[in-house]
Design a protein around this ligand. Structure first.
Ligand SMILES: [Zn+2]
Ligand SMILES: [Zn+2]
Ligand SMILES: [Zn+2]
Length: 320
């Protein structure tokens, strides 16, 4: 064999080996989640949908579990964010999204039932479900609706709020999402024995949830005292700002839908301008992180208000 083709063969071998490894990883991941899905716990928790191996959602689950299995340096948010590009046909299809969410719910419930307790796996899966449930494909690229909307961020806060009431919180989370009674007994027991707790965003102390007070700006972060809230300001400001700005952006979107529900042209135009506002909001949050925001804060806010009034004015003149 001439050396050149031997070299080429070596390259082919390496490629085949790599492909074989990727395929092996996928098969392993598939076995993991299908295994959790099909555990004989005597109930399907109201989810009787069957996913064949070549279904887009099955591939979506495979990829999730490849990374989840190897997630030392990756959070759930990062895994899903990367998958936005590789599995766009799942993210933009409501039926697929529902199927994926249902599958995660069954896996999370089975994880709890098998161990007769909540665990890190059930927590990660609950976070995943929350991100999927709040995903809004009409918002353009990125997971922003899952990460920045107040309902999503508050839910994340409540399922990640420490160690004392995690069992009670996760049982409630999953029980609400299944039509069977599989978690009823465990949840009722937890409610009797575990108080509803929350965690101070500064000192991390776990306190009875009702005793914490929430930041009046973003309505998400909770504190055990005024002192803790003040001490956290330098860290909290950029987080608070991005959530506030996101809420502002969402209000505008709703308003556009209300003012011009039928006029597609008007809506498209307004949505186009809204995109600019969205970018400005996220850009402002970045400036915040870089610490340049203070001087520009008032200027930016004025700019946003100008843009908002501009959109409103245009919509109303079109309408009248
Ligand atoms: Zn069940
Ligand atoms: Zn505190
Ligand atoms: Zn805040």
């Amino acid at each position: 064999m001439p050396p050149k083709s031997r070299k080429r063969n070596k390259g082919k071998e390496r490629k085949a080996k790599k492909e074989g490894k990727v395929e092996l990883e996928r098969v392993k991941a598939n076995e993991i989640w299908q295994g959790w899905m099909n555990l004989k716990v005597g109930c399907l928790h109201g989810n009787d949908m069957v996913i064949s191996n070549d279904h887009p959602v099955s591939k979506f689950m495979d990829e999730f579990f490849i990374h989840w299995d190897d997630r030392r340096d990756k959070g759930i948010e990062m895994i899903l964010n990367d998958m936005l590009k590789t599995h766009s046909q799942v993210w933009t299809n409501n039926n697929h999204m529902e199927l994926a969410t249902q599958t995660f719910i069954s896996i999370g419930v089975n994880l709890i039932l098998v161990y007769d307790d909540v665990n890190k796996g059930a927590l990660d899966i609950a976070k995943t479900i929350t991100l999927l449930e709040h995903y809004d494909s009409s918002e353009g690229p990125g997971l922003s609706s899952s990460l920045y909307s107040r309902p999503a961020a508050s839910k994340m806060r409540d399922i990640e709020n420490g160690t004392i009431s995690i069992k009670r919180d996760l049982l409630k989370f999953y029980r609400k999402r299944i039509s069977c009674k599989c978690l009823k007994r465990m949840h009722l027991d937890a409610r009797k024995t575990i108080p509803k707790m929350g965690r101070c965003a500064h000192c991390q102390a776990e306190k009875v949830r009702a005793s914490l007070h929430v930041c009046s700006e973003c309505m998400i972060s909770q504190y055990c005292s005024k002192e803790c809230q003040v001490a956290e300001i330098p860290v909290h400001e950029s987080y608070c700002s991005i959530h506030r700005r996101y809420a502002f952006y969402q209000d505008l979107r709703l308003e556009i839908r209300e003012i011009a529900p039928d006029d597609l042209q008007v809506r498209l135009e307004a949505e186009e301008r809204l995109k600019i506002v969205h970018e400005a909001l996220l850009g402002a949050a970045e400036l915040h992180i870089e610490g340049k925001m203070k001087d520009k804060k008032i200027e930016r806010l004025k700019e946003q208000i100008r843009m908002r009034d501009d959109i409103r004015g245009k919509l109303q003149s079109r309408r009248g």
